[in-house]
Write a protein of this length. Structure first.
Length: 79
């Protein structure tokens, strides 16, 4: 796994150096590589989330947000 990380970092470093040398290289990279790659990615049409339903009236033990340290801020922003 470590060699994959090193290879990925080296590839990104090379890419950054190549596109930072000229605007033409960057524009070419965007139009010929990045945009077609993004168009090939399947995007979901919906969120595909269906909350669980229960007809027996029995509720799960845990309901609500799990506190990860910053959830109160995120919850206040959503409200």
């Amino acid at each position: 796994m470590q060699s994959n990380k090193k290879s990925r970092e080296a590839a990104f470093s090379l890419l950054i150096e190549l596109v930072k040398k000229s605007e033409v290289s960057f524009e070419t990279f965007l139009q010929k590589i990045l945009v077609p790659m993004l168009e090939a990615v399947d995007k979901p049409k919906t969120w595909a989330y269906t909350p669980p339903t229960s007809s027996s009236g029995h509720r799960q033990q845990y309901v609500g947000l799990r506190n990860l340290g910053c959830i109160c801020y995120m919850n206040s922003m959503m409200q």
